[in-house]
Design a protein around this ligand. Sequence first.
Ligand SMILES: NC(=O)c1ccc[n+]([C@@H]2O[C@H](COP(=O)([O-])OP(=O)(O)OC[C@H]3O[C@@H](n4cnc5c(N)ncnc54)[C@H](OP(=O)(O)O)[C@@H]3O)[C@@H](O)[C@H]2O)c1
Length: 301
Amino acid sequence: MANIYTLRDFFGGQWSSNARLDDKTIIITGANTGIGKETTKDLAKRGPRIIMACRDVEKAERAQREIMEESGNQNIVIRKLDLSDTRSIREFAEVINSEERSLHLLINNAGVMMCPYSKTADGFEMQFGVNHLGHFLLTFLLIDLLKRSAPSRIINLSSMAHSWGTITLDDINSERNYHSRRAYGQSKLANILFTRSLAKKLKDTGVTSYAVHPGIVRTELKRHMNLGLLIMWKVVRPFTKTPVQGAQTTIYCAVQPELDAESGGYYSDCRPSRCTRAARDDEMAEKLWELSCNMLGILWD
Ligand SMILES: NC(=O)c1ccc[n+]([C@@H]2O[C@H](COP(=O)([O-])OP(=O)(O)OC[C@H]3O[C@@H](n4cnc5c(N)ncnc54)[C@H](OP(=O)(O)O)[C@@H]3O)[C@@H](O)[C@H]2O)c1
């Protein structure tokens, strides 16, 4: 049945909604594959304008055709965005701020996991740079548009892997010591702390924020996993989610009306979930906010 979306995964309980998003504008990063593509497909059926923010435009065009065909929504556009380069992020935001009259939903979905040590164009460790700093800057550059469009929402894709890392303030780029799994954990922890800080700083603006753990999902994310982890992956594979199932908590946070009254929380399986103590540390959230602003050369109170 069209516009009824159900989570069948036995980890996740049941959830469905036929909420419409006509006249809304949505940006989703990393929309060309995996969870991002399935989220886009579902939201497209609800009638909004969607901007697919992707670095690989050809791959995005293939996904766009599929999404348009399946949803019947022709108001899906692609804009180039490479989160590993602040110049690309600024160019993207300039296009959005000049072309779009409103923005109701920003889904910071793109991510890279456990890649070999490398740096972004600006010299940030890749996972922290893309997963956290890239989305931090993007949100900063679009915040006025989100405020003018309120009620509006920001969704940050985090992970249960936030428990793998800590925020290493004195070696945030892992220059002294790089461990790919811990660096991924640090970036996903940063996503939750960012979500909490956003909720505080955007109080009474009508802009709300949510962090999501999508589940363990069969996507391209595992492309950098080593042999040991790939073997472990094969073992747990029967218990993992499909990308459609993995998109459900993001969709829930995007459309559930009651969530207008909540902000700053962490969600999994389409309901509020418990994150680690480190992810509830508001003092660290503030330090991370300051550090992020300094690294990006921006002022954001
Ligand atoms: N899959 C899981 O089990 C799982 C679990 C917990 C959390 N998550 C989170 O869910 C989100 C989506 O992951 P997924 O599983 O759907 O992974 P995926 O299939 O690998 O998709 C990741 C997306 O991010 C994009 N991306 C990567 N680097 C980028 C950059 N520098 N600039 C712009 N886009 C970039 C990719 O673009 P390209 O196609 O160009 O590479 C792709 O569209 C991530 O934030 C991930 O951390 C996933």
